[in-house]
Design a protein around this ligand. Sequence first.
Ligand code: FVH
Length: 288
Amino acid sequence: MSKISVLGLGAMGSALAATLLRNGHSVTVWNRTPARAEPLAAAGARIAASPADAMADADLTILCVVDYAAARAVLEEAEGALAGRDLVNLTNGTPRDAQELADWVAAKGAAYLDGGIMAIPPMIGEAGALILYSGSTALFERHKPSLLALAEGRFLGEDPGRAALYDLALLSGMYGLFSGFLHAGALVTSSGAGMSDFLTLLLPWLEAMSGTLPDLAGKIDSGLHDRNVVSNLAMQAIALENIVRASREQNVAPDFINAMRRLTAMRVDQGHGGDDISGVIELIRRLE
Ligand code: FVH
């Protein structure tokens, strides 16, 4: 069993530390606000006096704080203790944030693995939790058993920014789903209907539509948006226009759906009305 330090004991850091303790690891914890360490101390963790103290003899240090500015602040406090250490940073940020921190940590002599947690705190240590990793392969291999106790782990390669990119892409899918859900909810409840009842229609509809994603993904990969088109963009542009008009009629703000309507109309105006909706990606992935 490894000696593992957890820096940052918010909802997620606490869940990570508690899971490591349950798995029999020797766990040291540190948090900027010390009171948050007390429940973990009661469960057997040692409370460190500082980030440097926490890292001093740890086989592995896991950092999970609110953002990269906080992560950097914590690591600067531990600067002298970094050389020769293994650091996994599970703080949410951008690929550039991850790359810059990886460079800074490497300059201090530590190995760095970045991670994106695709789970909420109660899921940690349970089936269904996933953590994406990228950065040092050797570090990932050295600590695989401990990391896999937290969640299923997917290693995405040596580019430290890759895990953050995939994390944010998965969250983009989630927020797209949530914004569609919220807009549908605003439309339906504008008639006095209940959302829970409507969900009996919405859920199977979304499930059926998610079945079209493999075909659309193939079109994105090949760039051939005009092959085997069942629902052409010109037709979909009218449906999107109708959603926006209906929203205004029902006194619902069209903000969520309007971006999709605008891009679809633009693609049709560019002469791609016969393409599939996958072609809209050509407008957004080239924006500076
Ligand atoms: N909770 C969730 O559902 C999501 C699931 C997916 C992954 N995220 C990411 O995990 C990171 C930590 O999130 P969290 O849920 O633990 O967040 P909080 O409960 O708000 O705790 C924040 C911790 O950050 C510490 N902190 C903030 N600023 C500083 C700073 N300048 N120096 C040192 N530490 C700092 C804070 O300390 P304190 O306020 O208790 O003193 C907490 O330990 C995050 O990237 C999510 O996106 C969670």
